[in-house]
Design a protein around this ligand. Structure first.
Ligand code: F6R
Length: 241
C-alpha cells in the first residue's frame, strides 16, 4: 500500500483527482459520504473524465424511497454523474429478491470488465463499503445490517439516527479487491485509529480495511490528522502531481 500524506482535505481531493486523471478509468467505482465529496467537485471542475466513463456505486441503502436525497444513487448523480453526463450503475435495492439483486450487481460489474479504479473512504471502525468488522474477505455483493456505530455516524445526513436505514447492499470485500486500482481517502483525526490499524495492524476480518494491504495497487491519500496514530516512517506529498 502506497501511503501519501497531504496537508488537508482539499489537498487530498486534488491529489486523488490527479490519480484518477493519470489512470483514465473507463469504469470508476465510487464511495459516498463526506470524504469523497470534495474530490467529486474537483472532478466536475476539471471535466476530464471521458464521457463514456461508467460510475459504479460501492454501496446503497435499502428502504429509502426512489428519489430520496440521501440515496447514494441520487448523491452520485448530483455530485458527479449528472454534471459530467456519466452513466451510473447501482445495485437494485428496490428489488423484491435482494439476494438476486446482489448477484445481478456482481454480473453487471463483470460485464463492464470490472472496476478500473475504486474510490474508497474508511469508517471509524475500519469498514470499507458497508463491510463491517467480521465480514469475510471472500464476501461478494451482499445485504448488510448496519452497525449502530455506522448508523450513528451517518445520522448527520438524516434527521437523527432513527431515520438512517438499517440495511444496505454493499460490494463485498472480494468485490472491492477485484478493482484494478484502489484510491482510499482518509481525512481527519476521527479516522486516525482506523487508518493505523489498516496500515499497521493485523490483517484480519476484525479490521476490514486491512484486506487492502496485499492488493497490488492501493494508494492511501491521507491528511496529517488521519495519520497521527501511525508509527512507521512518513512519505509526504509536497503538492500537485
Ligand atoms: C460510503 C461508504 C463508507 C464510507 C465511510 C466513511 O459509500 O461505503 O464506507 O466511505 O463510512 O464515511 P465518511 O466519508 O462520511 O466519513
Amino acid at each position: 500500500m502506497q501511503v501519501i500524506e497531504v496537508a488537508d482535505p482539499a489537498a487530498a481531493a486534488d491529489l486523488a483527482a490527479d490519480l484518477i486523471d493519470e489512470y483514465s478509468p473507463r469504469v470508476l467505482g465510487v464511495a459516498t459520504g463526506a470524504t469523497p465529496s470534495p474530490l467529486y467537485r474537483v472532478l466536475v471542475d476539471r471535466h476530464r473524465l471521458a464521457a463514456d466513463t461508467t460510475v459504479c456505486l460501492l454501496d446503497e441503502y435499502i428502504g429509502l424511497p426512489v428519489g430520496h436525497g440521501q440515496r447514494y444513487r441520487q448523491i452520485i448523480a448530483r455530485q458527479l454523474a449528472t454534471p459530467l453526463g456519466l452513466t451510473v450503475v447501482a445495485p437494485d435495492v428496490d428489488a423484491l429478491d435482494l439476494s438476486a439483486a446482489c448477484g445481478s450487481y456482481e454480473t453487471a460489474l463483470a460485464d463492464l470488465g470490472g472496476v478500473d479504479l475504486q474510490i474508497l473512504g474508511i469508517g471509524r471502525n475500519g469498514h470499507i463499503g458497508f463491510n463491517e468488522p467480521g465480514t469475510s474477505f471472500d464476501s461478494v455483493t451482499h445485504v448488510v445490517e448496519l452497525t449502530s456505530t455506522t448508523r450513528a455516524d451517518n445520522a448527520r445526513f438524516f434527521d437523527g439516527a432513527a431515520s438512517v436505514p438499517r440495511h444496505a447492499i454493499t460490494q463485498g470485500i472480494a468485490t472491492i479487491r477485484r478493482a484494478k486500482r484502489i484510491v482510499l481517502i482518509a481525512v481527519g483525526d476521527a479516522k486516525a485509529s482506523a487508518v493505523a490499524a489498516m496500515i499497521e495492524g493485523s490483517i484480519s476480518p476484525a479490521n476490514p480495511a486491512s484486506a487492502l494491504r496485499d492488493h497490488a495497487d492501493v494508494v492511501l491519500v491521507a491528511d496529517r490528522e488521519a495519520l497521527t496514530q501511525r508509527t512507521t516512517h512518513r512519505h509526504t506529498h509536497s503538492g500537485a502531481a
